[in-house]
Write a protein that binds this ligand. Structure first.
Ligand code: ADP
Ligand code: ADP
Length: 229
C-alpha cells in the first residue's frame, strides 16, 4: 500500500466574506521511497496539500490514509503521535528557535519523543557530524549563514529518522550553490529510503524529484515522471 493516500480531498477555508476552496477533488498516492515534487503558482494550494499529507491539517472532505489508516477519523492526539513518529519537516523560513543553540534546536524533536538523554546525545552528535555542522553546535541560529541554518533545519528534521520528509521551498532563501547542497542532501536521504514530498517554485530543485505534480487552482493538472529515474 502507498505510504500516503489522498482520496478525493476538498479543503475549504472559512473566511468572513466568502470561503476559499483551496483544494478540489485531489486524489494522489505517495509510495514509500518516492521523491515527489508539487509545483504551481502562488495560492494554488501547495502548502495546504503538504500540510494535509503531513498530518498537520485535515481536509474538509475526503480521506487521508497514512500507512492504510484513515487519519481523518482518529483523535488529534493520535495524529500528533503519528506525525512525531514518522514525519520530519523542512520549511523555507527554517523555523529555528532563536533562543536555543544549534545543538538544542536539533535535539528538540527527540525531547518531544521522550528519547532518553544519553541516546539523544548520540543521535544529535551523529547527525551534526553527517551534516558537517558540529563546529557550530554552541552558537545560536542568528549567528550563522542562511545555508548553515537550512542545514540545521534539515538536521532537526532528520534526527528522529522520519520515514517521510516534507519540505516547503527548502531552497527558497538560499543562493544556487547552497540550494544545490540542500537538494543533494535530500537526494542522498531519498536514496537511503526516505520518502520525500517537496513544494517548490524552483526547477533546479524539482529536477531532483522522481515525480512532479502540477497544481492549478487547487486541482492536479499534470503529473510527470522524470526520465532516467
Ligand atoms: P500555495 O502554497 O500554493 O501558495 P496555499 O495552500 O497557501 O497555496 O493557499 C491556497 C489558498 O488557500 C489561497 O487562496 C490562500 O490564500 C488560502 N489559504 C491558505 N491558508 C489559509 C488559511 N489558514 N485561512 C484562509 N485561507 C487560507
Ligand atoms: P507559501 O506560499 O510559502 O505557502 P503563504 O504566505 O501562502 O506561504 O502562507 C503562509 C502561511 O499563511 C500558511 O501557513 C498558510 O496556511 C497561511 N495563509 C495563507 N493564506 C492565508 C489567508 N488568506 N488567511 C489566513 N492564513 C493564510
Amino acid at each position: 500500500a502507498p505510504l500516503i493516500q489522498l482520496l478525493n480531498i476538498n479543503k475549504a477555508y472559512k473566511n468572513v466574506d466568502d470561503d476559499t476552496q483551496a483544494l478540489h477533488h485531489v486524489t494522489m498516492n505517495i509510495h514509500e521511497g518516492e521523491f515527489v515534487c508539487i509545483m504551481g503558482p502562488s495560492g494554488c494550494g501547495k502548502s495546504t496539500l503538504l500540510n494535509i499529507a503531513g498530518l498537520l491539517d485535515l481536509p474538509t472532505e475526503g480521506e487521508v490514509l497514512f500507512k492504510g489508516e484513515n487519519v481523518v477519523k482518529i483523535s488529534s492526539r493520535k495524529r500528533a503521535q503519528l506525525r512525531r513518529d514518522y514525519v520530519g519537516f523542512v520549511f523555507q523560513s527554517f523555523n529555528l528557535i532563536d533562543d536555543l543553540t544549534v545543538y538544542e534546536n536539533i535535539e528538540l524533536p527527540l525531547i518531544y519523543q521522550q528519547i532518553p538523554p544519553n541516546e539523544r546525545k548520540l543521535r544529535v552528535e551523529k547527525i551534526m557530524d553527517q551534516l558537517q555542522i558540529s563546529h557550530k553546535k554552541r552558537v545560536f541560529p542568528n549567528q550563522i549563514s542562511g545555508g548553515l541554518q537550512q542545514r540545521v533545519a534539515v538536521a532537526r528534521a532528520l534526527v528522529s529518522n522520519p520515514q517521510l520528509i516534507l519540505a516547503d521551498e527548502p531552497t527558497g532563501n538560499l543562493d544556487s550553490e547552497r540550494g544545490r547542497e540542500v537538494m543533494e542532501l535530500l537526494q542522498m536521504l531519498n536514496e537511503m529510503g526516505t520518502t520525500i514530498l517537496m513544494v517548490t517554485h524552483s526547477t533546479a530543485a524539482s529536477d531532483y524529484a522522481s515525480r512532479v505534480v502540477h497544481l492549478f487552482d487547487g486541482q492536479i493538472v499534470t503529473e510527470n515522471l522524470h526520465k532516467g529515474r
